[in-house]
Design a protein around this ligand. Structure first.
Ligand code: ADP
Ligand code: MG
Length: 286
């Protein structure tokens, strides 16, 4: 049977916007020695700003941006949202888009008025044999191509959530191993890790690579490994962790389903709140 104290703990957590799907997870939070975090939407706000538009071909900045935004019309990725917001009104309708495909960790492709548009990262350009111009800025870069021809890139950036630095420092000070996983470029990952006070990170990971990295981290972990993600493309990692924690407001239903703990308010500090509740519950129950 479950000691009564656990119900108090689960209730107290839920009043703070932390849904814990069982007493076993509340108890397990006391034994977390490693915390693995996704970058976009978890450590960062998941709200990108467009910083620079760099056409490579005979195309204006506004055309480049609108072309990218049009191909991203049906994506709910934070990158797509930023491009659409910045592009404003688009010269196309839903009916003009065919063969739309989203490739997790890479980007999107769509046929617009007969042209095959690609919008995504270095990996996507390499896979599709597009001769792209690289960049080593610490920003997230979004390349655009049409029918295999490189049109240019758009550089965007995201900011830390206000509580990320503080939470990460607390975890590290308590001897917890903290690792960031991201599908973004090495340079963007390095810049963000530095801002977040993180030394350990792995970049350029596809969703399957994230699972593989997590499995290795779990094997090396002294006790339990928690993964915190925003739920966009990370349901498999959430499911694999000892404790999968998702952001309730940002993630998909599938992510909420795959996780053991849901932070309803998308705040990293609510993970700290969950650890605190777990600690006081153990003291009451023991
Ligand atoms: P993270 O690991 O930072 O949470 P994702 O796994 O969601 O990020 O995406 C990894 C990378 O894949 C992004 O940094 C971007 O380069 C590319 N990408 C994913 N989805 C899109 C999209 N809809 N449009 C453009 N690029 C995308
Ligand atoms: Mg993500």
């Amino acid at each position: 049977s479950i000691p009564l104290g656990f119900f108090g703990g689960l209730g107290s957590a839920s009043r703070q916007g932390v849904l814990i799907k069982g007493a076993n997870y509340l108890e397990a939070l006391n034994d977390v020695s490693t915390v693995v975090m996704d970058k976009t939407g978890t450590i960062t706000r998941g709200v990108f700003e467009v910083n620079q538009i760099l056409p490579a071909a005979n195309i204006s900045r506004s055309e480049l941006l609108k072309t990218a935004a049009a191909a991203e019309l049906n994506s709910n990725h934070p990158i797509a949202e930023a491009l659409r917001k910045s592009a404003g009104e688009l010269p196309i309708k839903q009916d003009d888009i065919d063969n739309y495909r989203e490739m997790a960790g890479r980007g999107v492709t769509a046929t617009i008025k007969g042209e095959e548009i690609l919008v995504g990262n270095d990996k996507l350009m390499e896979e599709k044999n597009v001769d792209y111009i690289s960049s080593d800025s610490g920003r997230t870069r979004v390349h655009v191509a049409a029918d295999g021809n490189y049109l240019g890139r758009i550089e965007i950036s995201d900011r830390l959530k206000p509580d990320s630095l503080n939470i990460i420092s607390n975890l590290l000070d308590n001897g917890t191993r903290v690792v960031m996983l991201t599908g973004d470029s090495r340079e963007a990952a390095a810049e963000l890790a530095e801002k977040a006070g993180l030394e350990e990170y792995f970049a350029e990971l596809l969703p399957d690579d994230k699972v593989e990295k997590l499995e290795k981290i779990i094997r090396d972990s002294k006790k339990k490994t928690a993964f915190i993600g925003d739920g966009i493309n990370d349901a498999p990692v959430l499911a694999r962790a000892d404790i999968g924690i998702s952001m309730g407001g940002l993630g998909s239903d599938a992510a909420v389903e795959a996780s053991d703990v849901v932070l309803m308010n998308d705040r990293l500090s609510d993970f700290q709140a969950a650890l605190n509740v777990a600690g006081s519950t153990r003291r009451i129950v023991m």
